[in-house]
Design a binder for this molecule. Sequence first.
Ligand code: NAD
Length: 288
Amino acid sequence: MTPIYDRVALIGLGLIASSMFWAMKRGGLAGHVTGYARSAETRDTARRIGLCDKVCDTLAEAVADADLVVLAVPVGVMGQLAQDIAPYLKPRATVTDVGSVKGHVISDVAPHIPEGVHFVPAHPLAGTEHSGPESGFATLFDNRWCLIVPSEGSDSEAVETLSRYWRGLGSNVDVMEPDHHDLVLAVTSHCPHLIAYTMVGVADDLRRVTDSEVIKYSAAGFRDFTRIAASDPTMWRDVFLTNKDATLEILGRFTEELFALQRAIRQGDGPLLHDYFTRTRAIRRGII
Ligand code: NAD
């Protein structure tokens, strides 16, 4: 297959960037891939496992010849990173990101993108609870959605080429507005993570049940429900700090529903509980 981009630079060599690399290799989507990570230890690991055609020790070297630059770092540092790479970007290059929040990332990154360079934000709806350069795998994006969230003035040809690239990585592609993206993700991803973290916190706080009992007797509910609470704390701290409005709105609604169910339990209102679980089970069964 003819590469979609001649040269790609991956910045931040964690789960998402490493999976992109293996998927790019599988699909022949890039001629040459450079990588940069902040820590020397991550760069050494990347070299050891053959992640990227070249792992660079400086940002400047990693992005200098790139046709596509992928920002794959926590959302809280995207703006600073964009500022740092700006002087080295090639004219007509495309800068994209994979951040889980879009409104905040766009307002942080867009002002640093030089004239003549395209900025096309994106978010692959794929992940695991693992992180770091060794956690990636080529099939992560297969049959998952990637949302392209063009910022004001995103070049339509750059949007089309990036969409083709994501389809090559295995994803289905949709285009979405930033505010709508952040609300949808607050309900489908961000708040579920917060609630999973909270459930583990509750178990930890319960003095009459020891941590070793929680681990030993972890029944399907706790085990399935809290898997995502093993996710990277820096990434999730940044998600909540940067998607404040939408996550607070969804948490407000969640709290109202929880209070209603709490009252139904106290009052022994079986029909209410049964109706609620019947309705929500039908919705959940619609998700494969
Ligand atoms: P990760 O923790 O596996 O990797 C992040 C990498 O960025 C690490 O190697 C870290 O050292 C590096 N890094 C941090 N600050 C940096 C800086 N200032 N400069 C250079 N490198 C820096 O995380 P990940 O899961 O690959 O997430 C990366 C991005 O993808 C995040 O913005 C996240 O919101 C988004 N995302 C994650 C998932 C998921 O489920 N993990 C899914 C979709 C999108």
